[in-house]
Design a binder for this molecule. Structure first.
Ligand SMILES: Nc1ncnc2c1ncn2[C@@H]1O[C@H](COP(=O)(O)OP(=O)(O)OP(=O)(O)O)[C@@H](O)[C@H]1O
Length: 288
């Protein structure tokens, strides 16, 4: 992850990386690199435990940490899945439904502020040239907040608010990346699933679960995540809207590599870094 400067000294790429750049996530079955345009799409990952969902989320999170025009809002009921990034995040939500609800409400306020701003600009979406930060929301295990924590009313409110964020986020540079081990219709109705421009089905225990992630009938057409071998973690059927699923092996970062990247990201995001923008901002109530 380095490029070479004119004096032959290696120069880290971090400070010039943008979240609007393609995000590398792995290679397909023909050995071709696979990149995602996360900002305008949202990403849903589903599949059984150990299938490799966290690996995919880490690819996005590591890119987000290195892209200094990017802020992260993280939901992790287990704390340790996304915990490496907590000091770089604007908000880090653990096993706490009240905190989760207040953070999603704030995100929706920011999203609606951005749409008001877009209206004033006579435009429909945020562009890389707008100098607005990308705010990436990453949720590792939707089910924790939609079915496990809090009262039924709180779970339903969380699900409704997240649906709103997924719906609004695409055009205002506030994408949502969410993972679940328990794809079910009550948690991921088709109306929500279809707002995710990218859907990633890791190994599933039933063809119904595979279809819930990818979309109705893909299993009948031969794209069934049940067929992914349990001995092949990180293999995923990846669907981009309007396309057909691609078999991809996601890139995998070890914990040690993740912490190296995070340490480096802390360094490039330090205040007044002359090499990059100060992406380490906490005042995220504002629209920008
Ligand atoms: N792309 C990959 N290449 C090689 N091994 C991988 C890959 N992705 C995941 N693994 C292996 O599979 C294990 C489980 O992966 P991961 O934690 O990402 O699964 P998960 O679907 O997030 O599970 P859970 O739902 O329980 O959190 C990893 O610890 C790693 O050993």
């Amino acid at each position: 992850m380095t490029l070479t400067a004119s004096d032959d000294a290696p120069v880290p790429v971090g400070p010039s990386l943008s979240m609007f750049d393609p995000v590398f996530v792995g290679i397909d079955e023909f050995g071709e690199p696979v990149y995602l345009d996360i900002v305008y799409h949202n990403l849903l990952a589903g599949g059984e435990s150990g299938g490799g969902k966290s690996g995919l989320l880490n690819n996005v999170a590591c890119t987000a940490t290195l892209a200094t025009n990017t802020r992260m809002v993280l939901f992790d009921g287990k704390l340790v899945e996304l915990g490496a990034y907590r000091d770089l995040a604007d908000a880090f939500v653990g096993y706490d439904i009240d905190h989760a609800l207040s953070v999603v409400r704030r995100l929706l306020t920011v999203a609606t502020n951005r749409y008001r701003w877009l209206l004033g600009q006579r435009r429909r979406k945020v562009l890389p040239t707008d100098d607005l930060t990308v705010i990436v929301t990453i949720i590792d295990e939707l089910a924790v907040y939609c079915t496990l924590l809090g009262t039924k009313a709180q779970q339903e409110e969380f699900a409704t608010l997240i649906r709103g964020l997924v719906f609004l986020g695409r055009a205002c540079a506030m994408p949502v990346v969410a993972a679940t081990q328990r794809p079910s219709w009550d948690m991921i109705p088709a109306s929500l699933r279809d707002q995710f421009g990218y859907r990633a089905a890791f190994r599933c225990t039933s063809r119904n679960s595979s279809d819930i992630v990818l979309g109705q009938d893909w299993a009948d057409r031969g794209y069934n995540a049940v067929d992914i071998a349990p001995t092949n973690p990180g293999a995923v059927l990846l669907l981009a809207e309007g396309g057909i699923p691609r078999l991809v092996k996601t890139a995998y970062l070890t914990d040690e590599q993740i912490y190296h990247i995070v340490d480096y990201a802390e360094w490039i995001r330090r205040p007044n870094n002359p090499a990059g923008r100060d992406g380490h901002r906490r005042d995220w109530d504002m629209a920008a």
